[in-house]
Design a protein around this ligand. Sequence first.
Ligand code: GDP
Ligand code: FE
Ligand code: FE
Length: 203
Amino acid sequence: MTSDLVYSDHYTTDTRDQLLAKIEAHLRPERFAHVQRVEQTAIALAKQYGADVEKTSIAGLVHDYAKQRPDSDFLQAISDYRLDPDLANWNNAIWHGVVGPEFIKRELGIYDEEILNAVRYHTTGNPYMTTLEKIVYMADYIEPARDFDGVAEAREMTARDLDLGVAFQTWHTLTYLIAENKAIYPKTIETYNAWVPTSGLVK
Ligand code: GDP
Ligand code: FE
Ligand code: FE
């Protein structure tokens, strides 16, 4: 377990327990449990694929920090911080990742760009992702309580080859969104184009 993981002070002045308490105050219990499972899953992947365990822990814990805010908070942030005005046309599914770092910086005092990018990209992916960013994207998708058609395959591929896992999730999510007639955020398509056609994924 990671209760013995001691933070260095480089990325947050909080201890892990202090950070957990701040996150818990913003999330319902099921969501708080989810972010801790994502943290654990991500740490295991960090050990396998060689990412910084402390940064991985922090990114896993904060990835859904903004998930339970009212829409008005996001619209205010998009306006106040002069973010891309098109963001106002989207919804919580996109905002909690893309806009979430604005709250993480100001409320949690976490400024590390790789941690913030791991949050920004955790829902849509990104054409370029560092190992840490890929790990948070995958851990969110395959944490032990996830249960959907294809999750076993996603876990198996991610254990075998992190990039293959990224390609699989990207393909699977876009396929699902299209089947559900959902709006596709442009970044989701950019991620698909960067990852899927060249991935060697077999249909
Ligand atoms: P969670 O926050 O742990 O539940 O997981 P995610 O942040 O990965 O996903 C949040 C939701 O966003 C999921 O229901 C995804 O299917 C959805 N999502 C991902 N990409 C897109 C997109 O391009 N458009 C829309 N409309 N939804 C998306
Ligand atoms: Fe999320
Ligand atoms: Fe999540």
